[in-house]
Ligand binder design. Structure first.
Ligand code: SF4
Length: 268
């Protein structure tokens, strides 16, 4: 077994008999049946890509296996989350919410049901930055939010402990360890880096990836948030204007400092 984890569609399972896998499907019942004979050690997670599917066959199956529910349209699909809440009885379950107009409703619905959330964020334009800022406020200040909303949660922790974690890790896009296999069977670094042909050693670590490829541009090298971001927002369009995402990082840094001050005051 190599060091990579492959995100594959269920119909390609037979082509990946030795590898560590995240298996995605729109047929949860078929997933449970297909993975019954697999070595549980190499299945590290499963993704359900159709929320109108019945996930009941997964409720008591492979207890403890991390599951992700992938929203394609956050505005129309978020009511479907309610029918999957039983998954939480036996699985750590997370909802992947694309950052698209109106996505905040889906985030609120997911956390109210006790799902963790990961924002699938591309290169947000100014109006979406405003929506992200609203969701960040919600995450930081609503006492009812008990579950992490990534990448905000991981970044906040990174600022708080002064141990930055690049977004490539927080967003499950780490080219050192992850490979994405398309429905047609084409192996990619990730969907974000789909068109990248990098001239880098196959066993390069994430630090080398960031320094040599992902954040090699001048703006990233001079960016105060380089260690927390890793050049994430410069992909796929290298000319993306980072002003808005830097503002969000600044907000997270400020919130972490405030938290630390509060704890210092509380301990004196
Ligand atoms: S915020 Fe923008 S400039 Fe800064 S490291 Fe990330 S992608 Fe590069």
């Amino acid at each position: 077994m190599n060091d990579f984890t492959y995100n594959i569609p269920l119909h390609l399972l037979s082509a990946y008999r030795q590898e560590r896998l995240i298996v995605r499907t729109d047929e949860p019942a078929a997933l449970a049946a297909a993975l019954e004979t697999e070595d549980p050690e190499r299945i590290v997670g499963a993704q359900i890509v159709a929320l109108d599917a019945d996930s009941e066959p997964l409720n008591a199956w492979a207890q403890g296996l991390p599951l992700e529910l992938i929203l394609r349209d956050p505005v129309t699909e978020f009511p479907l989350l309610y029918r999957h809440s039983n998954l939480l009885d036996n699985h750590p379950a997370r909802v992947i919410v694309p950052v698209a107009p109106g996505f905040g409703k889906a985030v609120k619905a997911a956390v109210s049901l006790d799902f963790a959330v990961r924002l699938e964020v591309g290169q947000p334009e100014p109006t979406l930055i405003e929506e992200m800022a609203t969701v960040l406020e919600f995450y930081l200040h609503q006492s009812t939010v008990a579950q992490p909303i990534e990448y905000f949660h991981g970044s906040l922790q990174g600022f708080f402990h002064d141990e930055p974690v690049p977004l490539w890790v927080l967003q499950d896009d780490d080219p050192q360890y992850l490979r994405y296999v398309t429905d047609e069977g084409v192996e990619r670094l990730s969907r974000r880096l789909a068109d990248l042909n990098a001239n880098i050693a196959p066993d390069a670590g994430l630090e080398a990836w960031i320094a040599q490829v992902l954040a090699a541009g001048e703006e990233c090298q001079d960016c105060e948030f380089l260690k927390h971001c890793g050049g994430y927002f410069k992909w796929p369009r290298r000319d993306y204007d980072c002003a808005g995402v830097k503002r969000l990082f600044g907000h997270l840094r400020g919130a972490a400092a405030e938290l630390r001050r509060d704890l210092d005051v509380g301990s004196t």
